[in-house]
Design a protein around this ligand. Structure first.
Ligand SMILES: Cc1cc2nc3c(=O)[nH]c(=O)nc-3n(C[C@H](O)[C@H](O)[C@H](O)COP(=O)(O)O)c2cc1C
Length: 338
């Protein structure tokens, strides 16, 4: 049994489960495993130059048994980073040269230039745009003719607009806004999803697929360190909080206005959010590192983190999500009678 959604038809995949590009977390190994299990995977660029990114593609080609030709994977880029750093834009060219099936763009003041770069390279490469509001979705679909819209709710792990509505509100808002278009693109749901029941729920709302970030962090193939994975698995529900402190502590500045991030609560971020000067908050972090406190590390994670309790191979996760979503959709259908 396969799923039949606008997305599965567009990408030729069996299961509408998407691994998003996750900086320092989703590489070629994870993306390839998700692909081979029937979903679709995006690689995040390595931030250490084009050679390292080329090595990722070489690994993907080996794993997929595809030494040449277009690759059935995607790659994701941050708009503000492309704007700010020519070395980052060079990574986009590497991905395009490898014939990735889809380029995912997010978090830029104006993504026009980068959408045009993808279109100019090859008319068959799809463009996915991650958005946090219905207005952004309509703009992306209308102005950039986005092939895929990713609606990211406030529950999401990693970065997002602090003003994003919860997914249950955002997704119907986005779908409704796109109905003014003659041929609306497929919409993916992102934020807090961890289970097949979640996938069934967003498909029932009208999404064409579900994005699972945090769930795929708990895999042997994810690039999180063993300590980050251990913290993720141990984290209870409610442990992932939204703050600007994480970027302030890391010194990763340059995100567009209104963007913050969701990660596991940690004493240094709490100090900063409580009004402590940055140097003091950084000292809390350094002290924690010195004493081996597992909370002295940044672990990006979504609101579903409490439901992610074991490390599993990516292929098992895709299979489980597929089977459980199908069972939930069948059970929902049984609630109806003529
Ligand atoms: C560790 C991590 C890194 C992320 N990096 C990116 C990124 O580079 N670009 C992006 O568009 N989204 C990024 N995201 C957000 C994901 O695209 C997605 O919206 C999110 O993971 C969905 O929420 P979930 O984690 O609750 O499943 C990241 C998320 C995580 C957890």
């Amino acid at each position: 049994m396969s799923f039949n959604t606008q997305l599965t038809r567009l990408l030729g995949i069996r299961t509408p489960v998407i691994l998003p590009p996750m900086a320092f977390a989703a590489g070629a190994l994870l993306a390839s495993q998700v692909h081979m299990a029937g979903g679709f995977g995006f690689l995040s660029p390595t931030y250490s130059g084009t050679d390292a990114f080329e090595r990722e593609f070489a690994l993907a080609r080996m794993l997929l048994g595809q030494p040449t030709g277009a690759l059935p994977l995607g790659a994701g880029f941050l708009g503000w980073k492309l704007d700010a750093d020519p070395a980052h834009a060079a990574l986009l060219d590497v991905a395009l040269a490898h014939g990735v099936r889809c380029v995912w763009l997010s978090f830029g003041a104006d993504l026009t230039r980068w959408v045009e770069r993808v279109r100019a390279h090859d008319s068959t490469t799809l463009v996915a745009i991650q958005v946090n509001s219905a207005a952004e979705a309509l703009h992306a679909a209308r102005t950039w003719k986005a092939d895929i819209i990713v609606a990211q709710g406030i529950e999401a792990g990693g970065h997002g607009a602090a003003s994003a509505p919860p997914l249950l509100n955002l997704l119907p808002q986005v779908l409704r806004a796109l109905t003014v278009l003659p041929a609306p693109p497929p919409v993916l749901a992102a934020g807090g999803l961890t289970s097949g029941a979640h996938l069934a729920a967003v498909l029932a709302l009208g999404a064409s697929g579900g994005v699972f970030g945090t769930r795929f962090l708990a895999t042997p193939a994810a690039l999180y360190t063993p300590a980050q994975k251990a913290a993720l698995l141990a984290a209870p529900a409610g442990a992932a909080v939204r703050s600007r402190a994480f970027d302030a502590l890391r010194g990763t500045l340059g995100w567009p206005a209104g963007v913050d991030g969701r990660a596991l609560a940690m004493p240094a971020a709490e100090a900063y959010d409580g009004g402590a000067p940055l140097e003091d908050a950084r000292r809390v972090l350094e002290d924690g590192v010195r004493t081996g406190d597992p909370r002295a590390q940044i672990v990006w994670a979504g609101t579903g983190v409490g439901e992610v309790t074991e490390l599993q191979p990516a292929k098992d996760i895709v299979r489980e999500l597929h089977d459980d979503a199908a069972a939930h959709l069948r059970a929902s259908y049984a609630l109806l009678q003529e």
